[in-house]
Each structure stands twice: as structure tokens, then as C-alpha cells.
Design a binder for this molecule. Structure first.
Ligand code: UTP
Length: 505
């Protein structure tokens, strides 16, 4: 296995020998197979990559995977729906509580105590988009990106609160450069450059599912994948951002995924409930659409609120219904949370990297003959941490129900298939439907066929349209409302009515 041509080579002979011995101890010597063909820089980079791998951890993780496979079994009797949920307001007293929460949320925003974080390090394999998911064009009329929609929400809320809301963006090796460049080339979508903080999550080596051996992505690189959205806590601590938040007096972090264009970034009501209950971690829940839906479910187990990932939920349990025909485990997690900074700091201090989960995936690699192989079937194991594994570690958790139609339409697949209906078309339609409802709510007339897009800089909620859209205004084509009249379509700013002269295009 060891090629003589490796001897006497730089970089540092001693370091090389150490690495080589370590690799052999763990049965991973094959990763140096192409050493003799590599240039100086490639050797240095490969060596560095190997030195960063925790082989003991990897071995343990692979052993656990081989024993259990992908899924952990979940016993039916120890899992129940969460007993304490703040449901959507149905009566007057509940509405009063929600109103109180909104006010509290705005107070927090006005006091500058809130930042938002988007986890945007995923590889988005199912979407088959060649760029980071945040760059995906989602605006139903303008084709604006997911990042633009989120950044404009942050900007609009900051303006309203009279305080900047920092926006933290977690990237990975796969998404970092392009994401930073995208924000730069769009002038940070109007946000203060200093308040947009990019930080990278960790990477984990990818191993062959049958043998546990490291896969080579190329002759000089071990295949790796981002360490899951649960890599957030370690990445925040490592990047110094937890300290940065503390220095800026920020003690709440609103968390969201990059692939849900309907998320209400820094939703004041949600922030308010979190603070009113002095929670360490809060989560929104939506009603699961069907038993096989690929989303985590929020449950109570061992007296603690937890999320079970869909692959860990046995189908018979996922399909159980109550007397009214509703799914027993109905509370799906759209991946929208609030964290208290103290909680994140505590976890980081305790070295809580959160546990790793194994997933069987299809990963291209270079084989022993140096050829690139694109497997048709899953061949590799990736290891990921899930952010919701922080839940049982939190002392106080708040669960808030939210309207699925308004707030959750993730983009997962490029086209609809048997496994998920979560396509870009479905998300665009949902956005448009929601915005159309906003127009109707302020008295405009808008047919179902009209595609509508309203920039968050124009309105964050229907009420904001009062005074902009006159009651009785009609619209019959694609309608785009942006703060700059020149960018609008189907809307005449002078008459403040949809359907005006600028309406073509
Ligand atoms: P998903 O679990 O849906 O993964 O991510 P994905 O990478 O977007 O898509 P597939 O599964 O490869 O098709 C949910 C959220 O978690 C983020 C994603 O960017 C998305 O916002 N995420 C996921 C990370 O930030 N890092 C990761 O390592 C994994």
C-alpha cells in the first residue's frame, strides 16, 4: 500500500509518517493511494484534511450505523403528542394572549435584542440546482431569490423596529463562496454590511456504506459533507459569533431554514411567546399533511418535548389517527425556532456538539483505479447533526402552532414525485395565494388567476397595504409591488391602484 515514492517527500516527512501510521491503524491507508501523483499543494491539502479527521469518532459512528442501519427504532408506547402547545387563537382570551405576544416581540426588536440566523449550508441534492439554495429564484413575478425575500424581511423589520437586526448566515464548504459573493453583488439587499455575518459549519467525512472506508472525492480530496443544521451551535461558538452577539446585547436568535420562502423572519409573535415563557428554545409546529410526509414530528417522550425525524418514525406510528380522524402525531416541525443565547452558550460550553445521525446517500467517488464513479444507488453514509436534538437539553420549551398555508412551503424537489410535493412551483403558488389574500383583506379585487408578489419592503402583513392599495382596486394580471415604482408591475403608484398604466411587462 505504501509507495516508496512517498518517502522523502515534502510536506514535512515527520507529519506524513504520523498521518500514514494513523491511517493504517484505522484501515484507511487507501486515501494515500495517489500520493505519488500529487503536487506539493495537493499533498499539503490532503494531509491537512486527514489531520482534521477524528478517526475514533468516525469508527464509533460507523459501528453504530452498521448495528442499527439508518433508522433508530421508536417504541409506540413511550411517545405521545406534545401536551402543551400554544394553539392558534380561537377565542377572545386566546386572541388577547396573541396580541400581548406581538407587543412583547416588537419590544424585543425595538430594544435591539434579536438577531436572525438562516442555515444555508445544505447541499440541496434533491433540488438539483447548481448553486446554493438561497440563490434559487422564487419570486412568483420578479424571480427574486430566496435570500432576497429573507433579507428584505429583515430590513423591513429593522426599519420598523428602529434598530438593525443582524442576519447570520451559516454556510458550508459547498455554499460559502457563492453565497458571500451573491450578497456582495446585490449590495447586501440594503442591509448594513456589518450586520450580515457569514460563518461556516463543519464538515464530516463520508464513508463507504459497505466497508466504512473513507471515500475519495478526487485523488487529492476525501469526500466530505456538511455536518447538518445541528452543526450550528459548534459553528457559532467557533466563529466567535456567540461572543459577538453578547457584545451587541443580543440574547435571542430567530432560526430558519433557507428553503422555506414563506417563513416570517423574526416573527414578533413567536419571539414574544418565547420571552413571555422565559423559554430556552421555542419551536413552531404545523399540522402534518399526510402520514408519510417527510418532516420531523414534535412529540413528548420521557416527559420532554422532542422531535422525531421522519426516518426514525415507524410507518404504523406515523399513520395512527385519533377519534376524530386526525393524525395522533400531527405536529410537524417546519424548522422555525427561537433560541436564547444563554442556552446556546451553555451547550457550547458543555461541548455539546449534539449527536450524529447516519444517512445512506448516493455519493460520487474515485475508485481504486482512479476512475470517477457515479453510483445509481445509495452507496455512502453521511453523518449529520440535527438542531432539534438540542430540545431535550432545554429547560423550558415553548411550542407554538402556526398556519401551515401561510408559513410553510419548503422547496425540496425540482419536480413533483412520489416522495414529496414540495416543488418550487408549489411554493410560488403558495406565496402568490398568500399575497393575493392580503390584497383581498384590504378590499382589492383580485382574481385567482392573478400572480401576485409583494416585497416585504412594501408590506410585512396585510395591514401594511392600507393606504397603498385602495379598496375596490382591481387587478387582473401579474402584480408586483416593490418600494421603487419603476420596479412595480400591474400597479400605478400615482393612483395607488393595481391595474394601472405600468401594469405591463
Ligand atoms: P435539508 O435537510 O432539507 O437538506 O435541509 P438540504 O441540503 O437542503 O437538501 P437535500 O436533503 O440535500 O435535498 C434543511 C435546512 O437545513 C440546512 C439546509 O440548507 C436547509 O436550510 N442544512 C442542512 C444546513 O445548513 N447544513 C446541513 O449540513 C444540512
Amino acid at each position: 500500500m505504501i509507495d516508496e515514492s512517498r518517502s522523502g517527500v515534502s510536506p514535512d516527512e515527520g507529519a506524513f509518517r504520523q498521518v500514514e501510521a494513523r491511517l493504517h491503524r484505522y484501515g484507511q491507508g487507501h486515501v494515500l493511494r495517489w500520493w505519488s501523483e500529487l503536487g506539493e499543494e495537493q499533498r499539503r491539502s490532503l494531509l491537512g484534511q486527514i489531520q482534521r479527521i477524528d478517526f475514533d469518532q468516525l469508527l464509533q459512528l460507523y459501528k453504530a450505523y452498521s448495528r442499527r442501519g439508518e433508522t433508530a427504532s421508536t417504541a409506540a408506547d413511550d411517545v405521545r403528542p406534545p401536551s402543551s402547545i400554544i394553539g392558534l387563537p380561537r377565542g377572545r382570551s386566546e386572541q388577547a394572549e396573541w396580541d400581548r405576544a406581538v407587543r412583547r416581540g416588537w419590544e424585543l426588536l425595538e430594544a435591539g435584542r434579536v438577531a436572525a440566523v438562516v442555515v444555508a449550508g445544505g447541499q440541496g441534492t434533491r433540488l438539483k440546482f447548481r448553486h446554493p439554495k438561497g440563490l434559487f429564484p422564487i419570486g412568483p413575478v420578479s424571480g427574486c431569490s430566496l435570500f432576497q425575500l429573507f433579507a428584505e424581511q429583515v430590513l423591513a423589520r429593522s426599519r420598523r423596529a428602529g434598530r438593525p437586526i443582524p442576519y447570520l448566515i451559516m454556510t458550508s464548504e459547498a455554499t460559502h463562496e457563492e453565497t458571500v459573493q451573491f450578497f456582495e453583488s446585490h449590495d447586501f439587499f440594503g442591509l448594513l454590511r456589518d450586520n450580515v455575518r457569514f460563518f461556516r459549519q463543519g464538515q464530516m467525512p463520508v464513508v463507504d456504506a459497505a466497508t466504512g472506508r473513507l471515500l475519495l472525492e478526487s485523488k487529492d480530496r476525501i469526500a466530505t459533507s456538511p455536518d447538518g443544521h445541528g452543526g450550528l451551535i459548534a459553528a457559532l461558538a467557533r466563529s466567535g459569533l456567540l461572543d459577538w452577539l453578547a457584545q451587541h446585547g443580543i440574547d435571542l436568535l430567530f432560526y430558519h431554514h433557507v428553503d422555506n420562502p414563506c417563513v416570517k423572519v423574526c416573527d414578533p409573535t413567536f419571539l414574544g411567546f418565547h420571552a413571555m415563557h422565559d423559554a430556552e428554545m421555542s419551536l413552531k409546529v404545523v399540522e402534518k399533511a399526510y402520514p408519510e410526509e417527510k418532516m420531523g414530528v414534535v412529540v413528548e417522550r420521557d416527559g420532554k418535548t422532542q422531535i422525531i425525524e421522519y426516518i426514525d418514525l415507524p410507518p404504523e406510528m406515523a399513520g395512527e389517527r385519533d377519534d376524530r380522524g386526525r393524525l395522533r402525531l400531527w405536529a410537524g416541525s417546519p424548522g422555525i425556532h427561537v433560541f436564547s443565547r444563554f442556552f446556546l452558550e451553555r451547550l457550547a460550553r458543555q461541548g455539546h456538539g449534539l449527536p450524529f445521525h447516519a444517512a445512506l446517500k448516493t455519493v460520487a467517488y474515485v475508485d481504486e483505479r482512479g476512475r470517477r464513479v457515479e453510483p445509481a444507488e445509495p452507496n455512502a453514509v453521511k453523518f449529520e447533526r440535527f438542531i432539534f436534538d438540542a430540545l431535550p437539553l432545554a429547560e423550558r420549551v415553548v411550542v407554538v402552532e402556526t398556519d401551515r398555508g401561510q408559513e410553510f412551503h419548503p422547496i425540496k424537489n425540482c419536480k413533483q414525485d412520489d416522495t414529496t410535493p414540495d416543488t418550487p412551483e408549489a411554493a410560488r403558488e403558495a406565496l402568490s395565494t398568500n399575497w393575493r389574500r392580503w390584497l383581498l383583506a384590504v378590499g382589492a379585487q383580485c382574481e385567482d388567476v392573478v400572480t401576485v408578489e409583494i416585497s416585504p419592503l412594501v408590506a410585512l402583513e396585510p395591514e401594511d397595504l392600507r393606504g397603498i392599495v385602495q379598496p375596490g382596486a382591481t387587478c387582473s394580471e401579474a402584480l408586483l409591488l416593490r418600494p421603487d415604482p419603476a420596479e412595480c408591475r400591474g400597479f400605478d403608484h400615482r393612483s395607488s391602484e393595481p391595474g394601472g398604466r405600468q401594469g405591463r411587462g
